[in-house]
Design a protein around this ligand. Structure first.
Ligand SMILES: NC(=O)NC1=NC(=O)NC1=O
Length: 170
């Protein structure tokens, strides 16, 4: 879709196209449709970031809770969204050794136990070793730091998903 086509979309089509740029959180796209027209994909991304940043912390934590674990049960059951599946594959999470898988699952469980939301990282920016390192380092952070860090990763994931949907070579 060109940005011109995006700006002409009724909200139903806009939601069909952009409803999952934030994983399982169609509210974000549903809200910022009202701010069309968008000059380009960067502005569309900025509007979504602005909406997310203005949520109370309980809302931002909620956005994190909507994310599937990396190499988690949902992934093993083949129940990831198409976007998440592609992202987790790009990080090489389908090539984990049994040890690596056990370590990630254990760290994810401990992270969730500590924070009450999952570890979120942009899998298209981080291969499996960076993900393991990120888990080990970030689990030592405070909850406040991790809400902010996780949301910043959600914004990166969102940018990639937007670039997959909006043609920028106009
Ligand atoms: N917990 C996560 O970080 N999940 C994910 N990150 C991505 O980039 N895709 C996911 O599914």
């Amino acid at each position: 879709h060109s940005i011109q086509q995006v700006n002409e979309m009724k909200y139903e089509e806009f939601l069909q196209v952009f409803g999952n740029v934030v994983e399982h959180c169609a509210l974000c796209a549903a809200a910022i449709w009202a701010h069309r027209p968008f000059y380009n994909v960067q502005e569309l991304h900025a509007e979504l970031c602005h909406f997310i940043d203005n949520l109370p912390s309980i809302g931002r934590e909620g956005i994190l809770r909507l994310h599937p674990d990396l190499a988690g049960r949902i992934a093993q059951l083949g129940l990831l969204t198409s976007e998440s599946k592609k992202e987790q594959l790009s990080a090489g999470l389908d090539t984990l050794t049994e040890d690596e898988r056990e370590t990630i699952m254990d760290l994810n469980e401990r992270y969730k136990e500590k924070f009450g939301f999952p570890f979120v990282i942009c899998a298209r920016d981080n291969k499996k070793h960076a993900i393991l390192t990120g888990l080990k380092i970030r689990i030592e952070n405070t909850s406040e730091v991790e809400v902010t860090t996780g949301v910043e990763e959600v914004k990166k994931i969102m940018m990639y998903r937007l670039l997959d949907l909006v043609k920028t070579d106009n």
